[in-house]
Ligand binder design. Structure first.
Ligand SMILES: Cc1cc2nc3c(=O)[nH]c(=O)nc-3n(C[C@H](O)[C@H](O)[C@H](O)COP(=O)(O)O)c2cc1C
Length: 219
């Protein structure tokens, strides 16, 4: 099935640019922002783990508190929407969280046990992420970046600008959000943030490596 023609999609990819200056008077309509969130929700994730939560930070006081620790967000006041994406901690194959993953897939009884054995081998040996809590958290964080990309690309397709953000003090940002009672730090941590809005000036066209320098066909 063809939803778009290639030129439209490529144009949107060329147009999307990390936006560091928004028109503070232009807000994304609620319906459009709902669509962007839906793209995050529909994103794929390893073993269907969906190890994410999306905190939409619209509170001006909270944004003010975060500002000193978010050097990568020059648009703390002007971004229409700011999303902090949380990644699940300790999403082990034998956790209560994984039970919910399995249940979502409709697996019970023998099928559930079989799936869990596969996930155990996967996490323990194949991708080897059970050595440290950090490895497991980073694995969950990887999944959140897929949602991040889909949200930004889908936003660009409807003319909404964005900027992915890793430029902040993770410790302090986590602290402030936990103090605001937004999540339990034993369960969740901030993976990445993203601002959304409408650019108020032109952005320099992208520079990228040539395809020939980054792709190798192995035949
Ligand atoms: C995961 C990630 C984190 C980023 N963090 C920041 C950031 O904190 N502040 C910022 O201004 N840009 C940030 N960027 C934007 C990159 O600098 C930008 O994507 C890159 O220079 C390519 O430019 P383009 O997005 O306009 O094509 C980030 C990008 C990614 C993918």
């Amino acid at each position: 099935m063809n939803f778009f023609n290639k030129d439209d999609v490529l144009n949107a990819f060329h147009y999307r640019a990390s936006t560091r200056s928004y028109d503070g008077d232009k807000k994304i309509p609620a319906e459009d922002f709902q669509y962007i969130l839906e793209l995050g929700r529909l994103s794929p994730s390893s073993v269907g783990s969906e190890p994410w939560r999306f905190l939409v930070l619209q509170n001006a006081d909270l944004r003010e508190k975060l500002k000193p620790y978010c050097w990568g967000i020059p648009t703390m006041e002007t971004a229409s929407h700011i999303v902090a994406i949380l990644a699940k901690k300790n999403a082990r194959y034998d956790s209560a969280y994984f039970d919910t993953v399995i249940a979502r897939r409709g697996l019970t009884g023998e099928a559930k046990e079989k799936a869990l054995a596969v996930y155990q081998k996967f996490q323990e040996q194949d991708i080897a992420i059970l050595d440290s809590e950090r490895s497991l958290f980073d694995w969950a964080s990887k999944q959140t970046y897929i949602a991040l990309a889909n949200m930004m690309t889908g936003a660009a397709l409807i003319g909404v600008d964005s900027c992915p953000i890793e430029g902040f003090d993770y410790k302090e940002v986590n602290r402030i959000l936990v103090e605001a009672d937004l999540f339990d730090p034993a369960e969740w941590g901030v993976s990445v943030m993203c601002t959304f809005g409408y650019r108020n000036k032109d952005i320099r066209p992208k520079s990228r490596q040539d395809l020939a320098d980054i792709v190798q066909f192995v035949e």
